[in-house]
Design a protein around this ligand. Structure first.
Ligand code: DHE
Length: 519
């Protein structure tokens, strides 16, 4: 696979005087020192895009340090000897300034970006390794932008390869578990064959992407973008672009996508939107039912042709009374549950009737894909950490009432479990106790153990092996590790050094849509 982001050549030019706030001098500095690798318009090239939307998680101070000192383990050089502090600050200000117009990223741009590494027709008919293909893990290491494919029985790495810059969100698998699809914040989608251990194809489907989803029939990958305001449908066979759907609401306003998920029993993708109070459902069936354009409830039989979106990929708009840019589903994919923008409560939206059916007590925004569902005293419940409070909400999914709020040692990002374990594991991601992981008994909703995988280093994101016997926890540090615990005794079994491992995704748990993990 091509190296993900290379070289920012150091061009020793006479210093251009610039102070913070002097935009034309900053543009000139950018053109001289950065444009070769990061693109003339900051949209990325061999280096990542340098737009506020893409830099969201990098603080300006860190960007200042990166420009001054370079970035270890990459080919980004330091400019402290070439540029003055004022010039570096001017560059920092420049890259945090939004572009005046959202640049287009159309089919032509996508096609130009597409790389076929190994054509699907030439791939082997069976795995080239002896590991159980159903118990493999894709582990994303964001520290140095690599991916490890891990054997879930031996906990040995089968391959470690460079990824695109800043992969984010869950890795998604083809329904048979053979191919893994990875999305990067910069809009790259990469497809990797877990049987031959070879990359298949890559495409840049957006300038800034939220996440991707794969259809249950294994034919399509949908990409949800922030920049531009589009959804993109790709062929899951080789990432050929099929359709770009502009995100424009019933009132004509465009929106950033928040997330896309596959809804298996519905044969559709469900999309949450950031700037318009709507949820979209897009069927990927061959002969989808026509969907009324605009409001779900406002059509009459006999309306003229143009009133219906007859597909393919027709957009069903579900209107809401508040923004809902974060949700997950019940196990039947009938209801979706999410936090409302007002941050005081959550909403339950029933996909059959196409409207909100309940408000729930879900203050504060959980991180997307953070929660799980399980059975508690014979009732289906959902449990989710909150991004801002040290608490887990457990909510009855029949009455939508809170069953319990479990206090933790700090706000968490991810909660995970498995059908074969009575325990749910949740990290504490923020605050002085960010190095601990709690184990909660699903039968009593009590914390029964608090683990500290690496004192002083953030511990987070748990995923189980296919049989639920082992729990894998990340130590989020450049000098980090994947720590494997026996899920029944909580004893450490193995520790594999890794560079800031973030998410890890088990093939079986993902393709069976286990209730203990994200979908
Ligand atoms: Fe994530 C999943 C959004 C910050 C690591 N994150 C997701 C998903 C969304 C999302 C929409 C679901 C994708 C899916 O499953 O396909 N994340 C957001 C945010 O809005 C937020 C709060 C701000 C932002 O920067 O966009 C955010 N996320 C982070 C981080 O700071 C994390 C910890 C580090 C990082 O890589 O940026 C982070 N997000 C993750 C991970 C997943 C994820 C590891 C996949 C979890 C899983 O098990 O499926």
């Amino acid at each position: 696979m091509r190296a993900p982001w290379l070289l920012l050549p150091l061009i020793l030019l006479a210093a251009i005087p610039a102070r913070a706030g002097d935009s034309s001098a900053a543009e000139q500095l950018y053109a001289t020192h950065c444009a070769d690798c990061h693109g003339a318009k900051r949209l990325g090239g061999m280096g990542p895009a340098l737009l506020p939307e893409n830099l969201g998680r990098v603080r300006p101070k860190k960007a200042f340090r990166a420009i001054s000192q370079g970035l270890p383990a990459t080919q980004m050089p330091g400019y402290a000897d070439t540029l003055s502090k004022g010039q570096i600050q001017a560059l920092v200000d420049h890259i945090y300034t939004p572009l005046a117009e959202i640049p287009p990223w159309d089919m032509a741009a996508m096609r130009t970006s597409r790389v076929i590494h190994n054509a699907p027709a030439g791939l082997p008919a069976k795995p080239v390794h002896n590991a159980d293909p159903m118990n493999l893990f894709t582990v994303v290491e964001i520290g140095d932008h690599h991916v490890t494919i891990l054997d879930g029985d031996t906990f040995e790495s089968l391959i470690r390869f460079p990824s695109r810059y800043a992969l984010h969100g869950g890795a998604k698998y083809s329904p048979d578990g053979r191919f893994v699809y990875l999305g990067s914040r910069d809009g790259w989608v990469s497809m990797f064959d877990m049987w031959s251990l070879k990359p298949v194809a890559e495409i840049r489907a957006g300038i800034n992407t939220r996440n991707i989803a794969v259809s249950s029939d294994g034919r399509y990958v949908m990409v949800a973008n922030v920049l531009p305001h589009t959804l993109v449908i790709l062929s899951a066979r080789d990432l050929a672009p099929i359709k770009v759907i502009p995100i424009v609401g019933v009132k004509g306003k465009s929106s950033r996508a928040s997330a896309v998920y596959n809804a298996p029993p519905r044969n559709s993708f469900i999309i949450a939107l950031k700037d318009i109070p709507e949820i979209w459902e897009i069927s990927y069936e061959d002969n989808p039912k026509p969907v009324p354009r605009g409001l779900v409830h406002n059509y009459q039989p006999g309306q003229e042709e143009g009133a219906f979106d007859r597909g393919p990929f027709p957009v069903r708009h579900i209107r809401l009374d508040d923004y809902l840019d974060d949700f997950f589903f019940d196990q039947d994919y009938v209801n979706l549950v999410g936090a409302a923008r007002n941050t005081r409560n959550g909403q339950v939206v029933n996909l059959r009737v196409g409207r909100k059916i309940a408000d729930i007590e879900l203050a504060g925004m959980p991180h997307l894909g953070s929660g799980i569902t399980f059975s508690y005293q014979g009732r289906p419940v959902l449990a989710t950490p909150h991004l801002k409070d040290g608490v887990i909400s457990v909510i009855d999914m029949t009455t939508w009432k809170t069953v319990k709020r479990i206090k933790t040692l700090g706000p968490g990002f991810f909660m995970r479990s498995h059908e074969n374990t009575p325990y749910a594991w949740v990290d504490v991601f923020f605050g002085p106790n960010r190095d601990v992981v709690h184990v909660i008994d699903k039968r009593t909703l009590e914390i029964v153990r608090t683990l500290k995988p690496a004192p002083g280093k953030t511990g987070g994101h748990v995923e189980f092996t296919a049989d639920g016997r082992y729990a894998l926890v990340s130590v989020w540090d450049m000098d980090g590790a994947l720590v494997i615990y026996d899920a029944a005794t909580f004893e450490e079994v193995k520790r594999i050094p890794m560079k800031k491992p973030s998410g890890k995704y088990n093939v079986h748990n993902k393709i069976t849509y286990s209730s203990g993990t994200s979908h």
